[in-house]
Write a protein that binds this ligand. Structure first.
Ligand code: SDX
Length: 434
């Protein structure tokens, strides 16, 4: 970032001395006002619940232009990466290293990730403690957190090589753990990874093969899954990434930090929206019920939201939603499900919402979660596991952002302040006076 000539001057109507603050320019996107000296100079904090106007860090990984509906991974448009930029591991390499790999670099990266896909044999015992019907996200929070116990003593996060190995281990092992969570939920044996399959083909194999018969990989479905992973890989300082950064800012074990990110992603306002969006479509049931549902959404007292719609940053169409809808179409066609009633319902709902003043005036458009449930369901992934797939994909974004934070000379432990509105100091009364 560059320190621009312009400065921000804050003056106060109560006669407090004004303060000048530097303004920094990024390579693209909004400038920032450096307020770090504000409290020291004025005894005042800024107030920004939900961080609507706050940049928590500088980053060079992912850029979103919410007004234009643009998403760039290290400067490359998501459309190009998802449609002709190679596979998910190429995007992983890009997010981690800042540049797309050449053929030799890619092969080395793929080989390294492939060689880390197995988890310690004792990891299986962590699953045994869960109910079979436990939500997969609770299982993933637990098992990814448990990974920290296998890689703690030998891990120095201040060693760049250790950070790189942790990143590779997490990217490589998440598919194995997600597939294990699925197999555990259906009472089937865990399937070990295979080193002769691509990353996404291996995940489909671990999910859907069983020891009793050969499993045939469907390359069209594998490509669709791979694209879904690319679309979910990173998204600047979203809630779960900010959680990973905050946890990591204390120097915590990176596996534990990713477990914290998984916990945050689970929420229906964030990654849990894909599961909620599909349940919403199933609840609406038919096109005839859309009008009534939309009325419920507009009624603030109903608490009903159009899941998969709206976004803190995108005030235009989420570019990932467009690509997800295309993927939906391809997968349903491949499976002969082009008349899938839920897909038709989703497209009808989208059309109606995008013509309705309530959504238009609030700039509410479909986000990445609106269509992802339909395509994942067509791939055979159970609804409860949709957010687990999101976590699988976002792991590379989380670890890339964690690595960037740890090596940022500006980074300090995150410790926000507050506007205190509770009771001023008072004395403890005796029990008979309470
Ligand atoms: C993800 O941050 C990221 O980058 C996240 C993500 C990523 O890749 O990491 O993109 C992934 O989390 C996508 C978002 C998935 N969530 C959903 O689809 C859940 C439904 N969406 C909403 O809950 C909401 O849109 C949020 C949480 C996504 C954004 O909320 P904001 O920015 O805090 O906006 P808001 O809640 O203040 O909404 C502004 C207005 C409000 O109405 P008014 O008070 O102005 O009358 O829009 C309304 C809201 O009630 N609104 C909705 C709505 N979303 C916002 N009304 C109905 N349905 C919705 N989905």
């Amino acid at each position: 970032m560059t320190n621009s000539e312009t400065k921000a001057t804050l003056s106060f109507s109560d006669g407090s001395p004004s303060i000048e603050m530097p303004i920094y320019k990024g390579s693209i996107g909004p400038d920032v006002i450096d307020i770090r000296k504000l409290y020291g100079a004025t005894g005042k904090f800024t107030y920004d619940p939900g961080f609507m106007s706050t940049a928590a860090c500088n980053s060079s990984i992912t850029y979103i232009d919410g007004d234009k509906g643009e998403l760039l991974y290290r400067g490359y448009p998501i459309e190009q990466l998802a449609q002709n930029g190679g596979d998910f591991l190429e995007s992983c390499y890009l997010l981690l290293n800042g540049e797309l790999p050449n053929a030799e670099q890619k092969q080395k990266f793929v080989d390294t990730v492939t060689k880390h896909t197995m988890v310690h044999e004792q990891m299986q015992f962590f699953f045994r403690g869960f109910r079979r019907d436990a939500h997969p996200m609770s299982v993933l929070v637990g098992t990814v957190g448990a990974l920290a116990s296998f890689y703690h003593d030998s891990l120095d996060i201040n060693d760049a090589h250790h950070r790189e190995v942790s990143a590779i281990r997490l990217i490589a092992k998440m598919p194995t753990l997600v597939a294990m969570a699925y197999k555990y939920s259906i009472g089937q044996p865990f399937v070990y990874p295979r080193n002769d399959l691509s990353y996404s083909a291996n995940f489909m194999y671990m999910m859907f093969s069983n020891p009793c018969e050969p499993y045939k990989v469907n390359e069209v479905l594998v490509r669709a899954l791979d694209r879904i992973l690319i679309l979910h890989a990173d998204h600047e300082q979203n809630a779960s990434t900010s959680t990973v950064r905050l946890a990591g800012s204390s120097g915590a074990n990176p596996f534990a930090c990713i477990a914290a990110g998984i916990a945050c992603l689970w929420g229906p306002a964030h990654g849990g929206a894909n599961e909620a969006a599909l349940s919403m479509l199933e609840e609406i049931g038919s096109v005839d019920n859309i009008a009534h549902f939309i009325e419920q959404v507009k009624d603030k007292n109903s608490g009903v939201k159009l899941m998969g719609f709206g976004h803190r940053v995108y005030k235009n169409y989420d570019p990932r939603a467009k690509l997800m809808r295309e993927t939906c179409y391809e997968v349903l066609n491949e499976l002969g499900l082009q008349d899938d009633p839920l897909f038709k319902l989703a497209m009808a709902l989208e059309k109606i919402a995008l013509e309705d003043e309530y959504f238009v005036s609030r700039k509410l458009y479909p986000n990445v979660d609106f269509y992802s449930g339909i395509v994942q369901r067509a791939l055979g992934i159970p609804t409860a596991l949709f957010t687990g797939i999101f976590a699988l994909a976002r792991t590379v974004g989380w670890v890339a952002q964690w690595k960037e934070m740890i090596s940022d000379p500006e980074q300090k432990i995150g410790r926000p302040r507050q506007l205190f509105v509770g009771s001023p100091q008072r004395d403890v009364p005796d029990m008979d006076k309470r």
